[in-house]
Design a protein around this ligand. Sequence first.
Ligand code: 13P
Length: 253
Amino acid sequence: MRTPFIAGNWKMNTDSQSAVELAKAVAAGSVDIAGKAVDVAVIPPFVYLQSVGQAVAGSGVALGSQDVYTESKGAFTGEISTSMLKDVGCEYVLCGHSERRHVIGETNELVNKKLSTALAAGLLPIFCVGELIEQRQGDKTEQVVTEQIKKGLAGVSAEDMEKVTLAYEPVWAIGTGLTATPDQAQQVHAFIRKLISELYNEQLAEKTRIQYGGSAKPGNAAELMGQPDVDGLLVGGASLKAEDFIGIINAAG
Ligand code: 13P
């Protein structure tokens, strides 16, 4: 059985006060479920990792980072290392989020390096993949996702793969209010699981958690999570309101 996993990616939002308030409200509102029936993580901006980590310490809510760099230290202005993330209590790290790929310009090769660096340091990657609208319309979804997964997981052993969560985030559904239908999500999730089975083995594929992301909210969470291959949600906008995020966590439980 795969434990459902709900993660809130706060992106470039909140401030020092609202970040801590949100974190405390999420921890308090999910006290009976987080870390038990449902794995829960909050993923604030770098500058609030430490205070948010302190706010959720001892609760069932885990801490994640939105990104990481591939080098351990040195002259890499603006970047952040795995040891810095671990130092402030991070367990998870997003790798290859669509905004990193399409706004900042990260390639599959860089995503692979980041993911491998995270794994080597004992962080748990949430590895994001997904197609652009024109790729979906051109019937290229499976091709795009296959390339992202094969290149992103290059060199990752089966043992390490057990620590990876996949997140299918169709780019056209992110922040647009346009959610993939449960059927559309299920189709791609089943495809991804089959691909993991081919690249590794069936047992590992059955264990791998695949989150859906893209305009997830309390009103559609249960239906999305009801699909056999949807094991959790990577939530953007709706994770910024404690009440909505807790609603999603409850729907997963
Ligand atoms: P939204 O939930 O705001 O569409 O964002 C999804 C996402 O990108 C989470 O990483």
